[in-house]
Write a protein that binds this ligand. Structure first.
Ligand code: ADP
Ligand code: MG
Ligand code: MG
Length: 210
């Protein structure tokens, strides 16, 4: 059964942009504790540009193309670590999706490709206190749900829960990648901002798929 078409991809990106804007201050505060305090503003700048991109696109493009172009926009508009990592993930996911629509198995495989790109570029694994700690369980939940024959709606709710739990799991961890790793043991006791924004992106997918 169908999972993602043009309209759902567009709705996801717009919902992600709205969520980033709504939670910019919270993301920035988290980054202020263990980084340089710009995660919220970095992502808002990037997703504002994604919204402008969507406003100007010709209608009816396949979902993979929307994700790929949004990814390129994030890479070109956002400095710092997370923007280019998210951008590369969206580009990899977008190019993995079939046209004109993707089913749940395709979507899980596309996001797995996106996550692999993040791990390859950033060198992080689960447990390093990064976005990977939310991204990996979310993709695994999608894969399980696809295997079990769940709908996109059910699958994306499970993925959002898994991402949220993954983000919370970063609190006690000591960061081994990114700026937070400069703090060493003092990075423990704070939730990772990138894992938090990943949870927000999967929550946005669950909302539009629901
Ligand atoms: P910067 O750290 O350059 O200011 P941001 O504040 O926008 O960039 O993003 C910080 C987030 O990026 C971190 O909370 C972490 O989740 C993620 N991140 C940083 N480095 C890596 C990496 N090497 N691999 C995966 N994620 C990373
Ligand atoms: Mg930062
Ligand atoms: Mg920065």
């Amino acid at each position: 059964p169908y999972a993602m078409d043009h309209d759902l991809a567009e709705a996801w990106l717009r919902a992600a942009a709205a969520a980033v804007e709504q939670r910019e201050e919270e993301l920035t505060a988290l980054d202020g504790a263990i980084g340089d305090g710009d995660h919220g503003s970095n992502l808002r700048r990037g997703f504002t540009a994604v919204t402008e991109l969507l406003d100007g696109l010709e209608p009816g493009l396949p979902p993979g193309t929307l994700l790929t172009r949004a990814g390129s926009t994030l890479i070109s508009k956002v400095g710092g670590a997370a923007g280019p990592l998210y951008g590369s993930a969206l580009r990899a996911a977008g190019s993995a999706l079939p046209e004109p629509t993707a089913d749940l198995t395709d979507l899980a495989a596309g996001l797995r490709a996106g996550l692999s790109q993040v791990c390859k570029l950033g060198g992080a694994q689960v447990g390093d206190k990064t976005m990977v700690d939310a991204f990996e369980p979310a993709v695994a939940a999608l894969e399980r749900a696809a295997f079990d024959g769940f709908t996109l709606r059910e699958a994306s709710a499970l993925a959002a829960e898994a991402a949220e739990a993954g983000a919370r799991s970063t609190v006690p961890l000591v960061a081994r990648k990114g700026r937070a790793s400069y703090l060493g043991p003092r990075s423990a006791g704070h939730q990772d901002p990138g894992a938090t924004s990943t949870a927000l992106l999967f929550a946005a997918l669950a909302r539009v798929a629901g």
